[in-house]
Design a protein around this ligand. Structure first.
Ligand code: HEC
Length: 428
C-alpha cells in the first residue's frame, strides 16, 4: 500500500465525510472539466472518458498520459501568467486522480455529485446561428483552403460577445478562421465569392484588419467556442458580412459535402469595444527572406517587438491612438517546425511581463490563453512575439503522411511554410 493511501484512510477515520476521492464527488467533475471537451461521444479524443466504467477500463492509458502531462493538452507554461480557464490539471487535481486510482477507483454516492454549473461549457449562449448557404464539397487532396462570404442578419449595430464554429464535417475541417467584413468592403469580397463556381472561393488571404474588417477568432478541432472577456465585444454594423476561411483536409475522411455553421452570442451594448489582433513583423510578409529559416539549422529565432499604441486607429476604427490598451487573451501561431514561442510586454522601464510562454511547441495544440486578469500596455511599452524553429535534418515533420525533405523555409500560409504570429484580444 502506498503511503498516500494510508494518509487518506487516516483522514477519513477522523472526518467521515472525506475518505478517498470518489467518482461522483471528485473525479467526474474533474474529468468533465478537463477531459470532457474532447473525450465525449463524437469528440476528437480517441475514446470517451465520460463514465466510471471507461475511467476504470482506461486506467492503464490515463495514468501515464496525465502524469507525463501529455494530457490534457496545455503547452503553455503556467509560471508565465495566470490563466482562466486553465486546461492543465493542477498538482492537486493530479494527486486526487492518482489517489482515486490507488484507492481502487470507488464510485461513491450519486447524491454527492457536483452541480452541472461548475463545469466548463464553451460558448455560454447562442443568439444567432449563421450557416453556409450551400454545401461545399472539398475534393483537393490533401489540403484545400476555401473562403465563404456569409450574410450578416442583424439590422442594427450589434456586439459579438462570443462565438463558436460548428463544422458540418468534423473529420474534414482541419481549422477555420472567422472574420467580419466592413460594409464598405463587402462588395469586393462578395464579387470574389460570386465569381467562383460553387460555394465560396479558393483563398489564402484574409480581409485586411486595416480598413476591410476584423478577426473574430480561430477554430481548431476540440474547441467548444468561448465567450469574449466580460463586458467586451466586437462591434458589427448592419450591412457587414461574415467571412470564414476553412482549411479542409480530406486525408482522414474522404470527400463529403460540408456546411459549417457559426454560433454567435450577441449584445446591443458592451462596456468596452474589443478587437482581435494578429501581431507579426510586417517585413516578414512583405520582404522575401525576412523570416528565413536556413536548411539544417537547429535553433533559428525571429522576434518582433513594437509599441502598438500609435497605430490603434488602424487596428480598429473606434480606437484612439496614443492610449493604453488592455490585453485579455493571447495565442501563438507557428507551423510544423516550431520549437518554442513566447509573447511578452516589454515595459518602458526595461522590465518584462510574460503573456504566454510555450517551452515546447505542439503544432496540434494551438490554444487560446485567457489571462485571469487583463494586463495594461501603456504608450512606450512594446508588445513582442518570439518564435524558435528547429529545421535540422532530425526534426523534419511528417505532413500528410510524407516526411519532409530538409530545405530552406520562409514565411507563407501553407503547411510547408512557416509563420510566427501572436494573436490578442484587446480593448481600450
Ligand atoms: C482539447 C482536447 C483534449 C482534452 C481536453 C483531453 N484530451 Fe486526451 N486526447 C485528445 C486527442 C485528440 C487524443 C489523441 C491524439 C493524441 O494522443 O494526441 C487524446 C489522447 C488521449 C489518450 C491516449 C493517448 C496518450 O497520450 O496516452 C489518453 C489516455 C487521454 N487522451 C486522456 C485524457 C485525459 C485523462 C484528459 C483529461 C484529464 C484528456 N485526455 C483531455 C484530446 C484531448
Amino acid at each position: 500500500m502506498r503511503p498516500i493511501i494510508l494518509l487518506a484512510l487516516a483522514v477519513s477515520a477522523c472526518a467521515p465525510v472525506a475518505g478517498p476521492p470518489t467518482w461522483h464527488r471528485d473525479i467526474q467533475p474533474l474529468v468533465k472539466e478537463k477531459c470532457g471537451q474532447c473525450h465525449h461521444p463524437g469528440g476528437i479524443g480517441p475514446f470517451e472518458l465520460d463514465s466510471l466504467a471507461m475511467m476504470r477500463a482506461e486506467e492503464g492509458r490515463v495514468r501515464p498520459a496525465v502524469t507525463s502531462r501529455r494530457m490534457p493538452p496545455w503547452p503553455a507554461s503556467n509560471s508565465c501568467a495566470e490563466y482562466a480557464p486553465n486546461g492543465a490539471l493542477t498538482d492537486d487535481q493530479l494527486a486526487l486522480l492518482e489517489l482515486w486510482y490507488d484507492s481502487a477507483a470507488p464510485e461513491g454516492d450519486p447524491k454527492t455529485a457536483a452541480p452541472q454549473s461548475l463545469l466548463a461549457t464553451g460558448l455560454s449562449r447562442v443568439d444567432r446561428t449563421v450557416t453556409m448557404s450551400e454545401p461545399f464539397f472539398p475534393q483537393k487532396s490533401p489540403d484545400e483552403y476555401r473562403c465563404f462570404v456569409l450574410d450578416w442578419p442583424e439590422t442594427a449595430p450589434k456586439f459579438i460577445t462570443g462565438f463558436n464554429v460548428v463544422p458540418g464535417q468534423p473529420q474534414l475541417v482541419h481549422h477555420a478562421n472567422l472574420f467580419f467584413i466592413h460594409p464598405d468592403s463587402v462588395a469586393a469580397y462578395q464579387a470574389k465569392d460570386d465569381a467562383a463556381p460553387g460555394a465560396g472561393y479558393e483563398c489564402y488571404n484574409f480581409p485586411s484588419p486595416i480598413g476591410e474588417g476584423g478577426w473574430i477568432g480561430t477554430f481548431v478541432p476540440g474547441s467548444l467556442g468561448a465567450d469574449f472577456p466580460p463586458q467586451t465585444g466586437l462591434k458589427i454594423l448592419p450591412g457587414s458580412k461574415l467571412f470564414i476561411q476553412v482549411h479542409y483536409n480530406i486525408v482522414n475522411g474522404g470527400p463529403k459535402p460540408d456546411r459549417t455553421s457559426i454560433e454567435l452570442k450577441l449584445e446591443d451594448k458592451v462596456r468596452r469595444e474589443g478587437s482581435v489582433q494578429a501581431w507579426a513583423d510586417p517585413k516578414w510578409m512583405s520582404t522575401a527572406g525576412a523570416m528565413r529559416i536556413p536548411k539544417g539549422a537547429a535553433d533559428v529565432t525571429h522576434r518582433f517587438s513594437m509599441d502598438p499604441t500609435p497605430y490603434l486607429s488602424l487596428a480598429n476604427r473606434s480606437f484612439l491612438d496614443g492610449q493604453p490598451i488592455k490585453l485579455y487573451m493571447a495565442t501563438a501561431h507557428m507551423h510544423a517546425w516550431g520549437k518554442s514561442a513566447r509573447m511578452e510586454i516589454e515595459r518602458a522601464d526595461g522590465s518584462k511581463d510574460c503573456l504566454v510562454d510555450i517551452p515546447k511547441w505542439q503544432f496540434h495544440w494551438q490554444l487560446p490563453y485567457s489571462l485571469k486578469d487583463y494586463k495594461v500596455l501603456n504608450p512606450g511599452d512594446k508588445l513582442s512575439v518570439e518564435c524558435h524553429w528547429d529545421n535540422s535534418e532530425a526534426n523534419q515533420p511528417v505532413i500528410n503522411g510524407v516526411r519532409q525533405a530538409s530545405k530552406e523555409i520562409n514565411w507563407g500560409a501553407r503547411t510547408e511554410d512557416e509563420m510566427c504570429v501572436g494573436g490578442f484580444f484587446i480593448s481600450q
